[in-house]
Design a protein around this ligand. Structure first.
Ligand SMILES: [Mg+2]
Length: 196
């Protein structure tokens, strides 16, 4: 396992001008990103929603590289997203998944069979042409450049330490620096008009 924050610092070096949906890594990414207007933090939306949003964005903007940091709880909640993404096969979509083996956002409840599920195998079985799994940061660091240079859709499962939150959601410190409306407005402005 490795820290989500450490992984994101490595990823940042190879991000280029990709549009990044930081998902459950958003609280760290907001301090690491150097290209905020191309970040799409959605806060903590309904579990399972990130992948479908990412697919829609990738299909709508085929000339933009779209990187998503999903979670294993989200993937389990919306498993149908994987074959849907594989069928549409957006070459510009990079689907990373943070696997902390629990539902950290809601207090750390266990995910079923957490230590044994092979999400890269599920992705490959769903039809993703490429899928990887990393449980140490050195392997991740050695492969991230090549992963981002290959055509998508690519799935990358990563074992990360849980960062469990127990405070009621209304009492938590907000890490978001922009409203969701502002995020979408900034993204539209940074991408310019649709050409595809
Ligand atoms: Mg989780």
């Amino acid at each position: 396992m490795f820290q989500t924050e450490d992984m994101l610092r490595v990823f940042q070096q190879y991000r280029g001008d990709a549009v990044v949906i930081p998902g459950r890594g958003g609280r760290h990414w907001v301090n690491i990103s150097t290209n905020e207007t191309r970040d799409v933090p959605l806060g903590d939306p309904a579990m399972g929603g990130h992948a479908s949003f990412g697919l829609g964005l990738a299909l709508a903007r085929p000339n933009e590289k779209v990187v998503l940091f999903d979670s294993e709880g989200d993937v389990l909640m919306n498993l149908g997203a994987l074959p849907t993404i594989a069928e549409k096969a957006p070459e510009n979509f990079y689907h990373f998944m943070l696997d902390n083996e629990c539902y950290a956002t809601t207090g750390g409840q266990p995910v079923p069979n957490a230590a044994n599920v092979q999400y890269d195998v599920i992705a490959r079985g769903s039809g993703y042409p490429a899928a990887y799994a990393f449980d140490n940061l050195e392997d991740f660091s050695n492969n991230i450049q090549q992963i981002l240079e290959q055509p998508g859709p690519v799935f990358v499962a990563m074992k990360v330490y849980p960062e469990i939150e127990n405070l009621p959601i209304g009492q938590r410190r907000r890490w978001q620096t922009r409203s969701r409306d502002q995020v979408i407005e900034d993204l539209k402005n940074s991408m310019g008009p649709r050409t595809a």
